[in-house]
Design a protein around this ligand. Sequence first.
Ligand code: ATP
Length: 226
Amino acid sequence: MSEAAGALGIFGGTFDPLHVGHLRLAIEAREDLGLAEVCFIPAGNPALRNTPRAAPRDRLAMVELALASLAGCSMDPAEVLAAPAHPAPSYTVDTLRRLRAKHGPTRPLVLLLGADAFARLEEWHRWRELFGLAHIAVATRPGHEIKVGAGETALDAEFRARKGAAADIAGAPAGRIVPFAITALEISATAIRERLARSLSIRHLVPDAVLDYIETHQIYRTPHGH
Ligand code: ATP
């Protein structure tokens, strides 16, 4: 609740499944942006994409297993747990409102996004309200740079006005857009699901505990269906 708690990173995703690209983003965000903690938030009913392949409880379990050995990271299952009772899409703006109420008006909150996700921000529900609730830190890597800023869209204008650096995060609870470079790992959950459907190995693309879970529970065995 207090400013002494330090900046809180918020990392949403479908995590279908969680992979080491996600973990590196969280680790490097925490170190390079000086975050006290990174909270993973598995998406409930994601608005802009298909229903995840793995069951909600499996996505939560995989994130939890991966984070067990990772310092400074936690998971908030609220979106997934609320989803069955609220079949409407879960929106990041509502999650940030809840977290802002929980952590108080002064703690810096930092929404962590990959550059690809950031490029589509204007499609998000009530996207302009995000800036009043949190900073947005945008992870870039070779091949996934920020292509926003030079154009005439509303997001280009927001980017130009709000662009900042890691050092700005502690100075305000919200409002900056902070690019940061991470180690390039060309891994996607889509490619992992495709490899599994073809019975190919995904070892070292996901943490061993996640691999064990996928094998034990026989998730992603077929290209379609659940
Ligand atoms: P899918 O292939 O199913 O779309 P994904 O691998 O992109 O999944 P998500 O759960 O959709 O994973 O991504 C959550 C967040 O992680 C997004 O902000 C995305 O940009 C980021 N991200 C995904 N893969 C990587 C990666 N290899 N390196 C860094 N960030 C990543």
